[in-house]
Design a protein around this ligand. Structure first.
Ligand SMILES: Cc1cc2nc3c(=O)[nH]c(=O)nc-3n(C[C@H](O)[C@H](O)[C@H](O)COP(=O)(O)OP(=O)(O)OC[C@H]3O[C@@H](n4cnc5c(N)ncnc54)[C@H](O)[C@@H]3O)c2cc1C
Length: 306
């Protein structure tokens, strides 16, 4: 007997990846619920940059417009809640939420994003998203030619420093402890006249979210108007791991080129399944994975009826 309440796809996470997946699946006439806790990683920031036709939009306005567009497709519903447990297998997963709701779904799509581990540097939380950022493609233009501090070390630093130099040549590196560089790598900074300090950071001084100085334990003060740093990230939800999805050493869900995880019927897209943390990349991956899921649902139904 057909179960009318059975969803085709439960999308867990309603950021750009989940929303674009919902749009594609809604247009493909699939019954979908987008379960979203409403805590995106970019909630700290005021503007989303680099998304064609939406450059500079606020994260909340982006989501509002997305939902308005998706509402044209009646088979998609939005659930403001947190998924807390999942049981079952391909064809019938059961999802329980924090508020006690239960959903059953043939397929699962995790678009849960990533979340920051607590920021260890005193004063960083006050400036994060206002004058301290993580990605120069997202916020480098706004900080162009300004005196900046980069906070990272080792291999990450060797990648980050030449990248940042495309937006400003007035930057200082604070490694906040041993720099984890070789002598040859340190010489690279000298050649490029980039100051490098390895004293731990005592605190970041700011006013109204704008960084003024980075103060080091050895008494050095580095005046600056912006910061780029590399946060430690974990998957936006423990659920993928709980149901057995493989996770990379940097905290992302392992997927193949079609967005499939190692668990049949379970997919992932967006920041949670990629190293390219940008809204348009997340949306694109969500759209593509939705098409993969839709193709599988249609093929399965065709096979059953044939
Ligand atoms: C400071 C900062 C600035 C940024 N600026 C830009 C920018 O200018 N341009 C740009 O392109 N990108 C920017 N980004 C990156 C961009 O925000 C991400 O790439 C994008 O949001 C990823 O989309 P997503 O859908 O994968 O995840 P997210 O947008 O993070 O959405 C994930 C959603 O899943 C929900 N969720 C998690 N677990 C559960 C659960 N168990 N149940 C229900 N819901 C759950 C979360 O609450 C969240 O709403 C920035 C990021 C940061 C941190």
């Amino acid at each position: 007997m057909m179960d009318k309440k059975l969803l085709d796809v439960a999308i867990i996470g309603g950021g750009p990846a989940g929303l674009n997946a919902a749009l594609v699946l809604g247009r493909a006439r699939k019954k979908v619920a987008v379960i979203d806790a409403g805590r995106p990683r970019n909630a700290v920031t005021r503007e989303v940059h680099g998304f064609l036709t939406r450059d500079g939009i606020s994260p909340s306005e982006f989501r509002r417009i997305a939902k308005e567009e998706i509402n044209a497709y009646p088979s998609v519903s939005f659930v403001a809640d947190t998924a807390v447990s999942i049981v079952g297998s391909d064809g019938r997963f059961q999802i329980e939420t924090e508020q006690g709701q239960t959903f059953a779904s043939k397929k699962l799509l995790f678009t849960v994003g990533m979340k920051d581990q607590p920021l260890a540097v005193p004063g960083l939380a006050e400036v994060y998203g206002k004058s301290a950022f993580v990605c120069p493609y997202c916020d480098g233009w706004e900080l162009r030619d300004q005196p900046l501090v980069i906070i990272t070390k080792g291999t990450e630093l060797m990648h980050f420093a030449p990248l940042i130099s495309g937006w400003t040549n007035r930057f200082t590196v604070c490694t906040n402890g041993p720099d984890e560089l070789t002598d040859t790598e340190r010489e690279e900074f000298q050649r490029n006249q980039v100051p490098l300090y390895d004293s731990p950071i005592r605190y970041i001084a700011s006013s109204d979210g704008i960084v003024r100085q980075v103060i080091l334990e050895d008494g050095t003060t580095v005046p600056c108007t912006g910061i780029f740093f590399k946060p430690d990230l974990v998957t936006g939800s423990d659920l993928p791991q709980t149901i057995g999805c493989e996770i990379t050493e940097w905290g992302a869900i392992v997927v193949d080129e079609f967005g499939k995880t190692n668990i049949p019927g379970v997919y992932s897209a967006g920041d949670a399944a990629s190293r390219m943390h940008q809204a348009i990349a997340a949306a694109s991956m969500g759209a593509f994975t939705a098409a993969v899921i839709n193709g599988e649902l249609n093929t399965e139904a065709w096979g059953r009826n044939g």
